[in-house]
Ligand binder design. Structure first.
Ligand code: GDP
Length: 430
């Protein structure tokens, strides 16, 4: 059986923690999209870790962690990350890397930087990890699959051909130093040595695992609103963030994905540019940012301060729908305990009309939030384990949002650690 953990919004919803929890009962955990451009924060018995490439299952002895074909694989970053956990006494994880995963090349990172420089004020707010140039090359069919590292003839020919093309752009568009094909080939030989022990025909491995009734967990990065098709294009990421893409990015039949846990945070945050209807500013935003997450709302990969906002029912309803949500995991609820009143965005006003339907980008940019204010609960809810024990106003907040988005909240996270979780029966029939 296959389960997926994905985000409903802009990312940073707390997927790392929920994945870590579900991973405890899984056999295999797979990353199926994205690269080292975003990160999960996980707090466990070994300490606090920020993972960018490794699946969240790496802390368990019983799981196999897989980098699927849909991932943008930065081989040196992966190895630094393995070292960063084994240096802190985490046992070496059982790791497999798809032979069809493609490699983030050193020039992808350069092109990401150069393009942001060239765009100046019109840039996309990229994390400059090479993700957009990587996926551009993948779909332009000039990317390098892991398997190609092991075919010297092909590799050499392709490196020379690709470098020649990249150098035209470097010279004439960016006016930057040129690449050297021999050096590039050497770098790839180094990558080959690093990755060789882990290379695997992942779809065949998963097919066998499914026949043996193993539990497989698909681990998404970012959230629906960053999906290149269904998100706030063009302020999106370059690979699909939807659970459905898990079938492709891991190599499994779509009908095997039975449970889709969509993570929603009890308030909103976003990084990078793009419309953010329920955004708040000034002292109100600073306080939520300071109190948010576990030690403040700052990017796990970049350390950038996140943009803050109230919970957005319009965006979250849409986000859950596109994911095909079976369960909502509602996170970071404890953080809101300081507020007397909590505004919630329950509609968008666009050209004088109020809608609950999340619009295309041009309309989204004109949307103004319609807010409804709910009473706060004014206490610390960490440590509570039963839903009934939550303060009444806190339960009302959860139930109000559940009603608005139309998907069942079955998990509530009220603290960063693994044990800070409340399970709840679905009030809807699934
Ligand atoms: P992800 O990319 O979706 O995994 O999100 P992040 O890594 O940015 O996680 C959000 C942050 O919130 C991390 O620092 C987590 O440790 C923390 N966190 C997760 N769940 C909770 C929660 O319920 N309460 C609090 N206070 N912090 C949480």
């Amino acid at each position: 059986m296959v389960k997926a953990v994905v985000g409903a919004n802009w990312g940073d919803e707390g997927k790392g923690k929920i994945t870590d929890m579900l991973a405890e009962k899984a056999d295999i955990i797979i990353r199926f999209q994205g690269g080292a451009n975003a990160g999960h924060t996980i707090v466990n018995d070994y300490g606090k870790f920020a993972l960018h490439t490794l699946p969240s299952g790496v802390f368990y002895g019983h799981t196999t962690s897989i980098i699927g074909n849909g991932v943008a694989l930065n081989i040196p970053v992966l190895f630094e990350e393995i070292k960063s956990i084994t240096d802190r006494d985490v046992p070496m994880p059982k790791l497999l890397v798809s032979d069809r995963a493609q490699i983030v090349m050193p020039y992808h990172i350069l092109f990401d930087q150069y393009e942001e420089e060239r765009l100046g004020g019109k840039s996309f707010g990229s994390t400059k990890s090479g993700i957009a140039p990587f996926y551009s090359d993948k779909y332009a069919k000039i990317g390098f699959q892991v398997s190609e590292l092991f075919d010297e003839e092909r590799l050499k020919e392709k490196v020379f051909r690709t470098v020649e093309m990249k150098n035209v752009l470097l010279e004439h568009l960016y006016h930057k130093p040129l690449l050297n094909s021999e050096e590039m080939l050497e770098t790839l030989h180094g990558y080959r040595e690093m990755i060789a022990p882990y290379v695997c025909d992942v779809s065949a491995y998963l097919d066998k695992a499914l026949k043996e009734n193993k539990t497989i967990l698909l681990e998404g990065q970012l959230g629906t609103l960053k999906d290149p098709d269904h998100g706030i294009y063009p302020m999106v990421t370059s690979s699909s963030t939807l659970a459905a893409y898990g079938a492709i990015g891991a190599g499994l039949p779509p009908y095997e994905i039975k449970e889709i846990y969509t993570v929603c945070k009890a308030y909103s945050s976003a990084v990078g540019a793009g419309a953010f209807v329920s955004e708040i500013f000034g002292e109100e935003a600073d306080e939520l940012r300071r109190r948010g997450g576990d030690g403040g709302e700052y990017g796990a990969t970049t350390g950038r301060p996140r943009r803050m906002g109230w919970f957005d029912c319009v965006a979250s309803k849409y986000g859950c729908r596109l994911q095909g949500t079976t369960d909502v995991a509602f996170t970071v609820l404890d953080v809101l305990g300081y507020l007397d009143e909590i505004p919630v965005c329950v509609g968008y006003e666009i050209d004088g009309e109020v809608t609950m339907d999340f619009p295309v980008t041009a309309k989204l940019e004109k949307a103004k939030p319609v807010l409804e204010t709910l009473p706060g609960w004014k206490c610390d809810i960490r440590g509570i384990r039963n839903y009934e024990d939550l303060p009444e106003n806190c339960r009302k907040y959860v139930e109000f949002i559940e009603e608005q988005i139309g998907y069942p909240v079955t998990m509530i996270s009220n603290g960063p650690s693994r044990s800070d979780i409340i399970y709840r029966e679905s009030p809807f029939k699934k």
